[in-house]
Each structure stands twice: as structure tokens, then as C-alpha cells.
Design a protein around this ligand. Structure first.
Ligand SMILES: *Cc1c(COP(=O)(O)O)cnc(C)c1O
Length: 359
């Protein structure tokens, strides 16, 4: 049998139909495509961090439960006292753990769309049905449609990115409360952009026993660490913890995260700076003729290029050394849309220059 025949026999059809998550090559480019924090740490802090890493015993397995780190994260993220946290290799792994636990024949995952693509991808990985409910024209939750889809599909989980990626907005709190109250299953509030929005459902965890709140250090300057945090009632965490592979958070990540938590002020200062620069970038962008720019509660900006060709603009920017994200696709709500991450002032200026030249 040829390898292709074997693949056809053995690999599930829905996996064969997938494309692997593509990360574009950013070598030599100003990288404004992935919502990374553009700032590194001052030299003396880097040295202190590297000195601390000397003490990490790489010959030993990591602390399997990362107890010390979990305790410090609970404090740093203001997780209510009665709640517990589960750590993942990024929130991506947490999404995977949650859905592995929920996957059974006919079980569905629901999310308003467009949103973070991993909810749908992971749903497919584990053989669940994904139901996307389009947002309204102004990117609000379409409540009648959401409630109807909940009624029809009885989703085991609803994912809500708060703020949402790629639309950069916070959905109305009251709408989310309604969904939590009426959901037949879990509601996962993905607060990846919390540092830039400062709105949270963390303090609602005790009120709703079907609510889970997810955070990540990725957008706050530690994307390389891969550390996601799921806060929930202890019985939920106990179930999900059974699916967590042992030692999923490496020693270097645990130690580095502990170190970073001691310097939260620095990370918060960086987030403040990014928020201020975001407003400047919004102002400057909105001066381009024919552009439509949406307000942002995140560290990125979504804009529509009007009559211009989004694909051409994206390529032209890349040709000028600036990589952003092309969201343009025919028939989608994001037709004609591009997304730019807020970088340093210099990077933002370079992006604006390139865009003005390409416009
Ligand atoms: C970027 C992003 C994440 C981050 O995932 P990690 O695996 O923690 O890096 C999670 N959720 C949303 C909505 C995002 O945009």
C-alpha cells in the first residue's frame, strides 16, 4: 500500500481536510502580526533573570503541579480564594484540555465569529462539532442568534474572547451574563487581552458554576514562555487536570514566570505604554482617505481598507519590510480587513509610513 493509501485508511477524514496552523516567516521584517509585546527587559533585569536560571536543575523533571507558581499566579491575577487554577502550555493547550474532556459524539462547541481560530481548530482535532454564530455588523453578540444556537445545539462549551480577537472589542457584559445564565454547558471567557482592557469576569467565578476564565502571559511580554492559566471551581480543575500531561510546564518556564511575576510593575508599565501608543496609532490611521478603523481594547487594531485591495496593500507592506495580518477573504465579514499589532513608537511610525506609501 502506498503511504497515501495508508493515510487515507488511518487518518480521520476531518484531520486530512485540515491545514496545519501557518506562521509566516518574519525574518528581516518589522513584526506586527501576532500581538506580541515589542519590549524586552532592561539589561540589568535580564542579567538577574539569567543568573536565577543557573539554579534550575535541568537534569530533574519540573515540579509536576507547579504549586509555587500556581499560588503566585492566583495572587497576581486576583483569582478568588475559593477557586483553583490549571496551567497550560499557552492557552492553546488549555483549550485542548477542556475540549478533550468534553468531546463525545454529537457534542458541540459554540462561539461568536469571527473570533480566535483555535476554538474551531481544536474542536475539529477532538472530533467535536463547531458552531459559529456571526457577530452583528457592529461586532456585538447577536443575542437572538446565540440563544437560538444554544437551544438547537446544546453546546458543551461556549468560548467568548473578552476582548475579542480579531475585532478588538469587549462584548456587552449584560449579554455575556445572559449567556452564562442560559448556557446548558460551560462558558469559557478567554481574557488573553486583559492587560489592555482591564475588564474581567474573574470576580464572577463564584457566582456561576459553569464559568471558566482563561488568561495568558503571551500578550503581556512573555509569548516565548507559553504559559496559559485557567481559573475555575476546584471540581472542574480536578477533572481537567486528569488530562494534563505530566510536566507540561517546563522548569525554565516555571522559574522564568516566577521571576516575571516579581516584576509585574514593569509588565504593567509596558501595557500602559502600548495602550497609549494604540490611541496615537488609531488617530493617525483614521486620517487615511477611505479607511475604516475600529476602536480597540487590545494591543492590535483592525481596519478596513475601503475601496482598496487589501491583499495588494498587505503584500506591498511586506515588500516595504512590515509584516501585519491579512484577514481579507471573500464572503467573510472581514473582507477588506487588515490587523496590525501595536509595536514600539518606531515600529508604528515605520508601519504608518509604509501604509501611506502603499495606500
Ligand atoms: C493570542 C490569543 C491567545 C493566546 O494563546 P496562547 O496559547 O496563550 O499564546 C488566546 N486567546 C486569544 C483570543 C488570543 O487572541
Amino acid at each position: 500500500m502506498t503511504i497515501n493509501k495508508k493515510i487515507e485508511c488511518l487518518i480521520r477524514p476531518e484531520i486530512r481536510a485540515l491545514k496545519a496552523y501557518h506562521v509566516p516567516d518574519a525574518a528581516g521584517l518589522i513584526k506586527l502580526d501576532a500581538m506580541e509585546n515589542p519590549y524586552s527587559w532592561p539589561e540589568d533585569l535580564r542579567n538577574e533573570w539569567l543568573e536565577m536560571l543557573r539554579g534550575v536543575a535541568l537534569n530533574r523533571y519540573p515540579d509536576p503541579n507547579a504549586d509555587a507558581l500556581r499560588k503566585n499566579l492566583c495572587n497576581a491575577l486576583a483569582v478568588p480564594a475559593a477557586m483553583d487554577v490549571l496551567l497550560g502550555n499557552g492557552s492553546d493547550e488549555l483549550i485542548q484540555i477542556i475540549l478533550m474532556a468534553l468531546a463525545q459524539p454529537d457534542a458541540a462547541v459554540l462561539a461568536p465569529t469571527p473570533t480566535f481560530v483555535m476554538y474551531e481548530m481544536v474542536a475539529k482535532f477532538v472530533g467535536m462539532k463547531f458552531v459559529g454564530v456571526p457577530l452583528t455588523q457592529d461586532f456585538a453578540l447577536d443575542m437572538p442568534a446565540m440563544l437560538k444556537a444554544m437551544e438547537t445545539h446544546k453546546p458543551a462549551a461556549i468560548f467568548i474572547a473578552y476582548p475579542n480577537n480579531p475585532t478588538a472589542n469587549l462584548f456587552a457584559r449584560a449579554d455575556i451574563e445572559t449567556l452564562i445564565d442560559k448556557a446548558p454547558g460551560l462558558v469559557v471567557l478567554d481574557e488573553a487581552y486583559h492587560a489592555f482592557a482591564e475588564q474581567s469576569f474573574m470576580d464572577r467565578l463564584g457566582r456561576h458554576d459553569n464559568l471558566l476564565v482563561m488568561r495568558t502571559l503571551s500578550k503581556q511580554g512573555l509569548a516565548g514562555l507559553r504559559l496559559g492559566v485557567l481559573a475555575a471551581s476546584p471540581p472542574w480543575v480536578a477533572e481537567f487536570n486528569k488530562l494534563r500531561l505530566p510536566y507540561n510546564i517546563g522548569s525554565l518556564s516555571q522559574a522564568s514566570a516566577q521571576f516575571a511575576l516579581k516584576h509585574l510593575d514593569l509588565l504593567n508599565d509596558q501595557a500602559r505604554r502600548i495602550r497609549a501608543d494604540r490611541e496615537k496609532l488609531l488617530q493617525a490611521l483614521s486620517k487615511l482617505p477611505g479607511i475604516r478603523v475600529w476602536p480597540s481594547q487590545t494591543n492590535f487594531i483592525l481596519f478596513h481598507v475601503g475601496q482598496r485591495d487589501a491583499d495588494k496593500l498587505f503584500e506591498s507592506l511586506r515588500g516595504r519590510g512590515v509584516l501585519i495580518k491579512n484577514l481579507n477573504s471573500a464572503g467573510s465579514m472581514l473582507k477588506g480587513c487588515l490587523r496590525v499589532t501595536v509595536g514600539t513608537s518606531e515600529e508604528n511610525a515605520a508601519f504608518l509610513n509604509a501604509l501611506e506609501a502603499a495606500w
